[in-house]
Structure formats: C-alpha cells, structure tokens
Design a protein around this ligand. Structure first.
Ligand SMILES: Nc1ncnc2c1ncn2[C@@H]1O[C@H](COP(=O)(O)OP(=O)(O)OP(=O)(O)O)[C@@H](O)[C@H]1O
Ligand SMILES: [Mg+2]
Length: 227
C-alpha cells in the first residue's frame, strides 16, 4: 500500500516559487489500476516522481508498505527504486545501442540475477508483450508501440510491486495507445502489479479502475469505476 500524506512540493525558479503540490493525500492499495488525470501543469509528473523516489518533497510524507520512502537519502531511494519500482515513460527511454532483449535483460543483470534465469525471464516477458521474434532489433528499427512494449517488459521483468507510467501513450496514435493500455491492464490482472499512470487523454482515463483528478497541485476528484 502507498500512503501519500499532505505532500507539498515547491520548485524554486529564480526569485519565484512554484507550488507544484499543495498538500496532496492519497491511499493506493495493492493491485490498483489508477490514473492520475489533470491539465498540463497540475502536478501529475511531480506526484509520480515523488512516489517513484526520484524526487524529494518539501512537506508531508510518502510511505510504501509502511516504509517512509520520502525520508530516505538519495542512495537508499535508488536502492528502493531498483528493487521495488518499474517505470514507463512517454518517450520510452530505451537505450538506443541495445537490442530489445538487452534493454530488458540489463535490469536483471544489475540485480545480479543468475545468467540462465535472466534469459528465461527476459524471453518470457518479451513473449508476454508480443515481441517474440524481435529480440535482436534495436529500438530505431521498431515502431513507437513496439518500443513502448519493450519499456513495459523492462518495467515488469523484475516483478516490481508498483509500475509508474507518466503519460505512457502520449506519443502514440490512439489505436496503438489503446493496445498499450490493454496490455498494461492485462499485466495488472495477471501479476497484481499496482499501476499508476498519468494522462490528460480521455481514452486512457477510461481504462482506469480509479481516477484521481489533480488541479493546480490539489486532488479535486477521486472516483472508482467498474473495469
Ligand atoms: N523543475 C521545475 N522547476 C520549476 N518548476 C517546475 C519544475 N517542474 C515542474 N514545475 C512546475 O510545477 C508545476 C507542476 O508541473 P508538473 O510537471 O508536475 O505538471 P504535469 O501535470 O505533469 O504537466 P504536463 O501535463 O504538462 O506534463 C507546473 O507549474 C510546472 O511549471
Ligand atoms: Mg507531466
């Protein structure tokens, strides 16, 4: 479970201070498929980066399974992130010189998983995301949708508790975006991984089982719906 309590995040831009999050509270249970929606500048990325232990807050607290991650130092956050969290980005963020296979398997190499298990797990997850036969291709020889499938495989291969996805379909056409959402939904059901994704796209919101609305750094809506 993720507990976000009264979280404040201010950015200093020269003389002025931007109040990106003004006291956000949220509880997210294991296995949720949750969308954070809101207009540009509402604080979606800021919130995801804080839950994702990428950034530091200025007030409040975030705990994940009772661990007060927001109080950790940089080193401990990196370690926590590596072991527990998966990320999917709008621009895929794949390593261009690595093949599809290598983009996924290196995650397990970092975690010192034995060589044979790396191969098994990488091949299996690439199959799950529909990329069998494309293992040797580099990202520049794959479509946007295929690249995002690699990113999903990379996020899931270490069996994280939580996957954070900041506008995962923003660079895709609507049909491909929908395929990516369906794949994320399928992975959420199969592995009970918690998915938290941000969007301002109505189609993407419609896939969420819970829709949290952010406006101007505050939660203005929290709606549960039938999947
Ligand atoms: N590094 C930064 N320095 C200064 N201000 C920032 C920084 N990052 C974000 N902000 C400001 O904080 C507010 C929230 O930004 P954030 O990126 O979280 O919004 P968002 O909801 O993700 O927007 P978008 O939909 O455009 O991605 C905005 O006013 C933004 O200008
Ligand atoms: Mg953003």
């Amino acid at each position: 479970m993720i507990q976000v309590q009264d979280v404040v995040r201010n950015y200093k831009a020269g003389e002025t201070v931007v109040k990106a999050l003004k006291g956000v509270s949220l509880e997210i249970a294991d296995g949720e498929f949750l969308s954070i929606a809101g207009p540009s500048g509402s604080g979606k990325t800021t919130l995801l980066n804080l839950i994702g232990c990428i950034d530091s807050l200025d007030g409040g607290e975030i705990t994940i399974d009772g661990v007060p991650v927001s109080r950790m130092d940089k080193h401990a956050k990196t370690e926590f992130r590596r072991n527990n969290l998966g990320f999917i980005f709008q621009t895929y963020n794949l390593i261009p010189v690595l093949s599809a296979y290598e983009n996924v398997s290196f995650v397990l190499s970092i975690l010192n998983v034995p060589e044979r298990e790396i191969k098994e797990r990488t091949m299996m997850i690439l199959q799950e995301v529909g990329l069998t036969g494309m293992e040797d291709r580099r990202p520049d020889r794959l479509s946007g949708g295929q690249q995002q499938r690699i990113a999903i495989a990379r996020a899931l291969v270490k069996n994280p508790k939580i996957v954070l996805a900041d506008e995962p379909t923003a660079n895709l056409d609507s049909k491909t975006g929908e395929e990516i959402l369906r794949l994320m939904q399928e992975m959420n059901r199969k592995y009970h991984t918690t998915f938290i994704f941000s969007t301002h796209d109505r189609m993407v919101m419609d896939y969420a089982r819970r829709l949290v609305s952010l406006h101007d750094g505050q939660v203005t809506g929290d709606e549960r719906r039938e999947a």
